[in-house]
Design a protein around this ligand. Structure first.
Ligand code: BEZ
Length: 211
């Protein structure tokens, strides 16, 4: 059965451009973003991997380790890294997993046979410090992802794991958040000392509590 939210992230050891990695040890207490791309030396993937390198410091700020993956070999990955730097101006600065035997891809369900029987689709898994799956998204090979959106989701996942709040449509760091529906008005007065405004009994906004 496909991996679902709240499932344990499958642990693995694999060769990467930064040496062998044991996932759980590598993540330690950090959050993780594990993302697959279909193939090395391809145009959309080149732009994506360069963009993740550009955003690496933003992932660091969020205590999040990023790992890329495809079914290509380690030699292929190493050969491609120069192109990523040339094409995007950003040198690879995070591990790229080589998964030629599909061990990790199969454990995570990154190969969708009706899209391609051999290549990984553009999967993204966010893994929490508890090693549970917190988010999964899947894009086809023809559509590059927006990694700023992954950062935005990380902000929401981290905030909502620490406070009894949810984030509304299109929310961005710093904007008002929604008081959790399990919190009574009385409790909300204590939990959210900056106050809250009630739009509907089930829709109450409060300033972001950790700012
Ligand atoms: C690309 O990255 O452009 C790509 C990779 C595999 C299939 C199609 C497109």
């Amino acid at each position: 059965m496909a991996l679902q939210l709240g499932d344990d992230a499958p642990d693995f050891t694999a060769d990467t451009t930064e040496g062998p990695i044991h996932l759980y040890e590598y993540l330690g207490d950090s959050w993780g973003v594990l993302f697959s791309h279909p193939a090395d030396f391809t145009p959309v993937c080149t732009t994506e991997l360069g963009e993740v390198a550009r955003l690496k410091s933003e992932f660091d700020k969020r205590n999040t380790k990023v790992l890329g993956l495809s079914v290509d070999s380690l030699d292929s990955h190493k050969g491609w890294t120069g192109d990523i730097k040339d094409a995007t101006g950003n040198a690879l600065n995070y591990p790229l997993i080589a998964d030629p035997d599909h061990k990790v891809a199969n454990a995570y369900g990154m190969i969708h046979p009706n899209a391609s029987s051999t290549l990984t689709v553009r999967s993204v898994y966010v893994i929490g410090p508890d090693k549970k799956i917190k988010l999964e998204i899947t894009y086809p090979a023809s559509t590059g992802r927006n990694f700023e959106e992954i950062l935005r989701v990380l902000d929401s996942l981290q905030l909502t794991s620490d406070y009894q709040v949810a984030t509304p449509v299109n929310w961005k760091e710093g904007e008002d958040v929604i008081v959790g529906t399990a919190v009574t008005d009385e409790e909300a007065k204590d939990k959210f000392p900056k106050g809250f405004r009630t739009v509907k009994p089930y829709l109450r906004f409060t300033p972001q509590p950790n700012r």
